[in-house]
Design a protein around this ligand. Structure first.
Ligand code: GLU
Length: 357
């Protein structure tokens, strides 16, 4: 692995860039900037039913407004499906994965049997050691990875510490569906490897995925990137963040008149701190940020604090700067004229799937 840090932000385009996603992007961006590395952007549009281009455009727009620029072109995960297939088939050739042919009814019976014993539903490995010649004629089959059955898989996480997963809880999960499409678990690993990602920084709802993904890395003999699973953002009352708490798309904050600097300052302080410094410029954040300093505990979103920070950042600006921002923001302000969205915002053009040459 090269010494240069490569991070990535990998949103699923199923909705706007919400505040939690924006903070994940910010931490990836800050860490890349702090280490003089790069941040890549991958749109995880493999799930065709849930993904849509309008959401992708909104995500690119939100990142651009915040000034969280990415390096190179955004990568479409869906477009890489042939490569995901290739790696899955390679794992079969290496004897690290196998085709399985159970029917939905067989799978349901397996789940039922596990439930009856009070165990989590897991695949029983019935095709793991069978000869390929036993495959039912004409059946396509899904590819499953041979997960280790004994010992444990350890995720060395820079935020969560060493997290151990007993391998008896990891079953032979599917990496390629019988229709030839990769699962999310597999696509992420192949993409992160091929994109040269050295540091994965994402929400801690992905921590258990990290164990399964480690199984794929190990099977391919690839280096596991450094992992950092950052705590999710909760509302001021400690409950999971909802719209009521401010879990809005970043464009809603633009429409309410928040400055990107203030929002970034606020998001950076959610789960990370630098001494008692509350007010930070983007330059400060870049020079002070380190992923190892992020806290394990859930962060709480507090609108009143954001509001106060916005005021501070506004007062720090000259009238001329503020006026320019006001004019640029006018089309987006709440209740303002519904002008067409600008196609060029912030530091980067928002085009999808790629910018014209
Ligand atoms: N696409 C996933 C999400 O939006 C992120 C996957 C990852 O970062 O590995 O939650």
């Amino acid at each position: 692995m090269s010494d240069k840090v490569v991070t990535r932000f990998a949103p699923s385009p199923t909705g706007y860039l919400h505040i939690g996603g924006a903070r994940t992007a910010l931490f990836n961006w800050l860490y890349a900037k702090h280490t003089d590395g790069t941040m890549l952007l991958r749109i995880e549009d493999t799930d065709r039913e849930r993904s849509n281009d309008a959401a992708t455009a909104a995500i690119l727009d939100g990142l651009s407004w915040l000034g969280l620029s990415w390096d190179g072109e955004a990568v479409s995960q869906f477009e890489r499906a042939p490569r995901h297939r290739e790696v899955a088939e390679e794992l079969v050739r290496m004897g690290k994965a196998y085709y399985s042919y159970e029917t939905p009814a067989e799978l349901e019976a397996m789940r039922e049997a596990a439930r009856a014993k009070g165990l989590p539903p897991r695949y029983d490995g019935r095709w793991r050691d069978r000869d390929p010649s036993e495959a039912p004629a004409g059946a396509k089959g899904a590819i499953r990875i041979k997960a280790p059955t004994a010992g444990e898989t350890v995720v060395h996480d820079r935020v969560q510490g060493e997290v151990r997963f007993p391998n008896k809880d990891l079953d032979d999960f599917i990496i390629l569906r019988s229709d030839g499409n990769p699962t999310y678990m597999h696509a992420v690993v192949v993409d992160d490897h091929d994109m040269g990602v050295t540091h994965i920084i994402r929400g801690d709802d992905h921590l258990t995925n990290a164990a399964r993904q480690t199984v794929i890395y190990d099977a391919m003999g690839w280096d596991v990137p450094s992992m950092s699973h950052i705590p999710l953002i909760h509302g001021a009352d400690g409950a999971k963040l909802s719209k009521r708490h401010g879990a809005l798309g970043v464009e809603a904050y633009r429409a309410m008149g928040y400055l990107p600097e203030a929002l970034l300052n606020y998001l950076a302080r959610l789960g990370w701190s630098h001494g008692d410094d509350e007010i930070m410029s983007i330059k400060d954040m870049i020079s002070w940020f380190d992923i190892g300093d992020v806290n394990k505990g859930a962060a709480r979103f507090d609108f009143a604090k954001l509001e106060a920070l916005n005021g501070v950042h506004m007062r720090r600006m000259s009238d001329a700067e503020l006026f320019d921002i006001f004019i640029a923001t006018l089309p987006y302000l709440e209740g303002g004229r519904r002008w067409p969205r600008a196609s060029t915002t912030g530091t980067r053009r928002s085009c999808w799937p790629r910018c014209p040459a």
